[in-house]
Ligand binder design. Structure first.
Ligand code: CA
Ligand code: CA
Length: 414
């Protein structure tokens, strides 16, 4: 009775001509049958043998042949195209089943890169496969032989896990996203290196001390703080041929005023001159400029604007001149000039902003304040000539330290 039931089930499967699952035999094996080009085919996987399918024909005798019609043992693994003859009681073949081993189109019962190659060639119409091979080639069971089937079979051949199409597409998307993100980060780092290469660091760095000839083409512009440099030069001839356009109470703001008997302009050859005109008349190549102490109290930003404008004018009148903005030196602790608007904090803000302007304009920035400050940022007591009153003017020692700082932080290649 059991045998008849199974035969009926097989017949039903074959007559429908579609892939069917047999619940009646599921207790032992899941065997799927399909009619392909009029042939009764069993859809199996690598390792299946005729012996593993005997539930289909019960205790009827059978013979097994490979796809070259060479007889095989019932336990031998089947390849695609192998066939099983089920014999009647007189030993005559009454039914033939063909094996379709998923992924094995070459018929050797194994999945190798050669199978993947055959499937790929077929998927792009370079070669053709016969019907049972086409069935074996359709790894993802979508009814077509595609490059995706070839890829899946190749993964099996090299023992990588087979993916679903969703997994495959998600891995493609992921790798595209990764590529995009790698490309974006390469792009960003190239852009950053380009910006870094373009970025100008204005701060003059310590280097070997220059000799006096460095000052041959140099002009110092400043207020009463810088006047000490000219006094130092007068006493020690310490600045070589440098020239000084310095004036007490000068600021960038009042340097921009017209020259008059009451303006704060420096003198050159006995005449009051605008700074930019004086620089041009002297034919200077380097201009060290320190201004700000006399106008920071009117607002840091306005002072920065005036200073920038004055330096712009100098460059306009003397194209090619090198501007070296010097940081405004700090006030001594307890300076009576300290107010809420003029103090070491606002001086420091002004200096930082001027350093930023120098970076933009490609001017140099000499941090003289660094050389004259104590550990707390005040003007060193020993460098202050008017302690404990104004507390911001310099001693000869301070001017000497300033000079040394200039010589050991020279403009490159100047
Ligand atoms: Ca094969
Ligand atoms: Ca397919």
């Amino acid at each position: 009775m059991k045998r008849i039931y199974r035969s009926l089930a097989v017949l039903l499967c074959i007559s429908l001509g579609v892939s069917l699952f047999f619940p009646a035999v599921a207790q032992e094996n899941s065997i799927v049958c399909k009619q392909i080009n009029g042939k009764d085919c069993i859809l199996g996987s690598v390792g299946d043998s005729a012996a593993s399918w005997t539930s289909l024909w019960g205790d009827q005798a059978y013979r097994v042949f490979d796809n070259n019609s060479d007889e095989k043992q019932p336990e031998d693994p089947l390849g695609t195209g192998a066939f099983i003859q089920v014999l009647n009681e007189t030993g005559i073949a009454e039914k033939t089943y063909y094996a379709v081993i998923r992924g094995d189109v070459t018929g050797d019962g194994r999945i190798t890169t050669f199978d993947a190659r055959q499937i790929l060639r077929c998927s792009i119409s370079l070669s053709q496969l016969v019907a049972v091979q086409l069935e074996a080639a359709d790894q993802d069971l979508d009814g077509e032989v595609s490059t995706f089937d070839a890829r899946q079979v190749l993964r099996q051949a090299i023992e990588l896990p087979v993916q679903t199409r969703e997994e495959y597409e998600s891995s493609v998307r992921q790798s595209e996203e990764e590529s995009r993100s790698i490309a974006a980060s390469i792009e960003a780092s190239l852009e950053q290196s380009r910006l870094d290469a373009m970025r100008f660091d204005p701060v003059l760095k310590e280097g070997p001390a220059v000799d006096m000839s460095y000052f041959n083409d140099t002009v110092f512009v400043g207020d009463s703080v810088s006047m000490m440099l000219s006094y130092h030069d007068n006493r020690y001839n310490s600045f070589g041929n440098a020239r000084f356009l310095v004036r007490g109470s000068m600021s960038a703001r009042n340097a921009l005023w017209p020259v008059s008997s009451s303006s704060y302009h420096p003198k050159l050859n006995g005449q009051r001159v605008r700074v930019e005109d004086g620089v041009k008349m002297l034919g200077a190549k380097k201009v060290y400029i320190m201004l700000g102490m006399n106008e920071i109290s009117m607002g840091v930003d306005a002072a920065v604007q005036n200073m920038t404008k004055l330096c712009d004018l100098i460059v306009q009148k003397s194209p090619g001149v090198t501007i070296i903005v010097e940081s405004v030196t700090p006030m001594a602790q307890g300076s009576t000039s300290t107010t809420s608007r003029l103090n070491n904090s606002t001086i420091s803000q002004f200096n930082q902003k001027m350093q930023g302007v120098c970076e933009e304009r490609r001017w140099y920035f000499l941090n003289v304040a660094e050389a004259l400050s104590d550990a707390n940022g005040y003007l060193k007591r020993s460098y202050c000539s008017d302690y404990p009153t104004m507390g911001l003017h310099l001693t000869y020692d301070a001017a000497g330290a300033w000079l040394q700082y200039i010589k050991t932080h020279p403009v490159p290649n100047a």
